[in-house]
Design a protein around this ligand. Structure first.
Ligand SMILES: [Zn+2]
Length: 224
């Protein structure tokens, strides 16, 4: 088993004070960092995505221009490439991220699987090259980009989980409905504490993945 963590869109514009700030976004950024530091051997590779839009066009109708945004298909300007709003939230420790993904250049893109690495490789191919069989999804927003990313992870035949204490949604009702929908699609929906306990009990030695800290094999993490 090779396990990846997908960190979705933990960016300033999607956290409190941003152009499309989600309540709880900053806390999720900090919690993801805490979780990764506490479980350095759970993941063979960590990928993080950023919405990364063009400044000078409406990104395929994604930015509202002629009318007010409907917050379904059209949105206020957000995450323009190279601006502070598109940066990762400062509470996310990006030294823990192995592969950076950008998405949404000139078009709407909700799923991390619509993005590319810094070398221009798509995400499914990147995971295939690393032999990733299992994927956990965290980040923002539960009811949009986390949803789409989890569905795509499962759709590429990977055992997929969404960690419920490490996501934040636009709206409570649609976020709750999303978790029900994901479970119906065969995706595990559980808190990170439960997930890391499973991972510790089933974790095999990583082979050929991008993780560098394999000097001391994880025996168990029974303290959690
Ligand atoms: Zn966007």
């Amino acid at each position: 088993m090779v396990r990846a963590l997908l960190v979705i869109d933990v960016q300033n514009d999607f956290t409190e004070g941003g152009a499309l700030g989600v309540d709880g976004g900053a806390a999720v950024a900090a919690s993801i960092t805490t979780y990764l530091l506490a479980h350095p051997d759970t993941y063979d590779v960590v990928l993080a995505s950023r919405d990364w839009h063009n400044a000078d066009d409406d990104n395929g109708g994604h930015f509202a221009t002629d009318a007010d945004p409907d917050f379904v298909v059209t949105w206020p300007r957000h995450c323009v490439a190279g601006t502070p709003g598109a940066d990762y939230h400062p509470a996310l420790d990006t030294s823990l991220v192995n592969i950076h993904i950008t998405k949404g250049q000139g078009k709407p893109a909700y799923s991390i699987f619509q993005g590319i690495t810094e070398d221009g490789v798509d995400v499914a191919e990147t995971l295939d090259r690393l032999g990733v069989t299992d994927v956990d999804v965290v980040g923002i927003a539960t009811d949009y980009c986390v949803r789409e990313s989890a569905l795509d992870a499962a759709g590429t035949n990977r055992a997929t989980r969404v960690l419920t204490d490490l996501v934040a949604g636009v709206a409570a009702e649609s976020s709750a409905a999303t978790l029900v929908e994901l479970q119906a699609a065969g995706i595990a929906v559980e808190p990170s504490g439960a997930a890391s306990t499973h991972a510790a009990s089933t974790h095999a030695a990583p082979t050929g993945a991008a993780q560098s800290n394999h000097t001391s094999p994880t025996s168990t993490e029974t303290g959690v």
